[in-house]
Design a protein around this ligand. Sequence first.
Ligand SMILES: C[S@@+](CC[C@H](N)C(=O)[O-])C[C@H]1O[C@@H](n2cnc3c(N)ncnc32)[C@H](O)[C@@H]1O
Length: 205
Amino acid sequence: MILNTFEYLMMNNPVRAMLQRRYEARKLLRMGGPMRGGRALEVGCGRGVGVEVILDCFGADAVDAFDLDPRMVAKAGRRLKRRGDRARLWVGDAARIDAADATYDAVFDFGIIHHVPEWRAALAEIFRVLKPGGRFYAEEVLRAYILHPIWRRLLDHPLEDRFDHAQFQAGLTQAGFVVTAARPFAKSFAWYIADKAAAPDAERA
Ligand SMILES: C[S@@+](CC[C@H](N)C(=O)[O-])C[C@H]1O[C@@H](n2cnc3c(N)ncnc32)[C@H](O)[C@@H]1O
C-alpha cells in the first residue's frame, strides 16, 4: 500500500535518514553481521537511503531495489545516480518479486512488509529469491503500532491480518527460514535475522 501524505513526509526527510543510518541499520548489522560482498535486494527501498547503507555499511558489491511507489523510485534514482551499475532500481511489488529463484546473497526490509496486504506472500517471495545460505535482514512495524488509535488516524496501513512479533516470526518459519536473531521492542517494532539453509553440498565444502 502506497504511503499517505503524512507518512510520505515522515519518510522523506533528514531525520528519517539519520535514524535509518545511525540506529536501524547499526542494529541489524550488530545482529546479523556484514555481507561478504555479493548482490543484495532491498524491498520497498523508499528514496534509496537503505541502498546506500547496504553498499557502504553491509559491504554488498551491488544492490537491486524496488518500491511500489514510482515517486520513491524516481527519488532513489536521483540519489543513487553516482553509484552507477552498483545500484539497479525498478517499480515493483514485494508480493510478486521480479527476479529469478536464488538470485540474492541477502535481502533487506527496512519497515515495509507491514504495508503489504499479502505479507506471507512477500516472505515466501523473499525466501524464493534468496540463494541457499542467504540472509534476510528485516525490521518491522507490529500490529500494536498500526492499530494504535493515534497512528490509525494519521497513517494508512492495511488493517486486516496484521502481525505481532510471534506471528511474524512464525511467518518467517513457515516461509522456510531459520530465525537466528529476533529483537522485539515495546510490542510495536521488531528486528529479525533469518537465514535460508545452505544447500547440503555447500555445507560439506
Ligand atoms: C515505511 S516506508 C519505508 C521506506 C524505506 N524502506 C525507509 O526505510 O525509509 C514503506 C515503503 O514501502 C513501499 N511499499 C508499500 N507497499 C509495497 C509493496 N507491496 N511492495 C514494495 N514496496 C511497497 C512504500 O511505497 C514505501 O516506500
